[in-house]
Design a binder for this molecule. Structure first.
Ligand code: ZDR
Length: 282
């Protein structure tokens, strides 16, 4: 195969971007994605993201994504900022009358990133889903929310709050986030039988009501330097459990994201950077 790609990162959460606008079939299979994302045998990335043409009249583009293990992710917060930058770098004009925004169809609905004058990207991440059936998790009855519920993992009881940001998240607040043995405990959360679609897991230390420190174990990608949907899910969990404000900075190993959960429309807004690393041909 001969394939042009671009590599971008959002706070060190890195992705291979493929211009897939000329065909409906994805140019890379899940098996090829695993090799391309491999940091020794391939390009190296946490996932691969495809830019496809619009599939509906009310959107401008379509996004699809594989994690580095080849599994499908419905949404990716850091990835969609990278995708917005990629579209701009491809020279595609902004849709008329929409400002510096693209309306992107994802498996989690329409997500709207906006390129700000200061180079940052602000994304309307939509409304979080909280019912157990939509996470999905079997931890409580399907119609109930999972807020500070006990979950046994590795012989320990964790209080978890679950949020679906298009993809599943399990958030737990801890005293010292740096003390969490992510590599051993992360996979146990990810594959816990209570999460039929597996889960992303965020460990959060509340530094102040407007400042959260986060480490993440991602479904299908493991420990990553940042996670946009995870930062949003963590703020929601912090608000629901009265640990933080509706607007906060989330500090990740790769840098900081600004997250706001609007009281007016219940939508989440995430602001952060996206950078081109290099382009290449495989
Ligand atoms: C967490 C993520 N990197 C982001 O920035 O939102 C998304 C990646 C997809 C995630 N691993 C999943 O849901 O499978």
């Amino acid at each position: 195969m001969s394939l042009e790609f671009s590599k971008y990162h959002g706070l060190g959460n890195d992705f291979i971007l493929i211009d897939n606008r000329d065909t409906l079939a994805l140019k890379v299979t899940p098996e090829q994605a695993v090799v391309m994302c491999d940091r020794n045998f391939g390009i190296g990335a946490d996932g691969i993201i495809f830019l496809l043409a619009a599939s509906t009249a009310d959107t401008d583009y379509t996004m699809r994504m594989f994690n580095s293990d080849g599994s499908v992710a419905e949404m990716c917060g850091n990835g969609i900022r990278c995708l917005a930058k990629f579209i701009k770098d491809l020279g595609a004009p902004f849709p008329e009358g929409k400002g510096n925004q693209y309306r992107i169809s994802t498996l989690a609905g329409v997500i709207t990133p906006e390129l700000l004058d200061n180079g940052q990207i602000r994304v309307d991440m939509g409304i979080p889903a909280l019912e157990a059936a939509t996470i999905p998790t079997t931890l409580v009855a399907p119609e109930l929310k999972v807020i500070d519920c006990p979950l046994e993992v590795a012989g320990q009881t964790w209080q978890v709050t679950c949020v679906n940001m298009g993809n599943p998240h399990c958030v737990t607040f801890v005293e010292d986030v740096m003390a969490i043995p992510l590599e051993t405990i992360g996979p146990m959360f990810e594959h816990h039988p209570t999460f039929p679609m597996r889960t992303n897991t965020e460990f959060i230390q509340v530094m102040a009501p407007d400042y959260l420190k986060m480490r993440v174990w991602e479904r299908g990608a493991g420990a990553t330097l940042a996670c946009g949907t995870g930062a949003c899910a963590s703020l929601v969990a912090g608000v629901l459990t009265e640990r933080c404000q509706r607007q906060a900075t989330v500090e990740l190993p790769g840098g900081k994201l600004e997250i706001e959960w609007s009281e007016l429309n219940q939508r989440l807004y995430m602001t952060g950077p996206a950078e081109l690393v290099f382009t290449g041909k495989m």
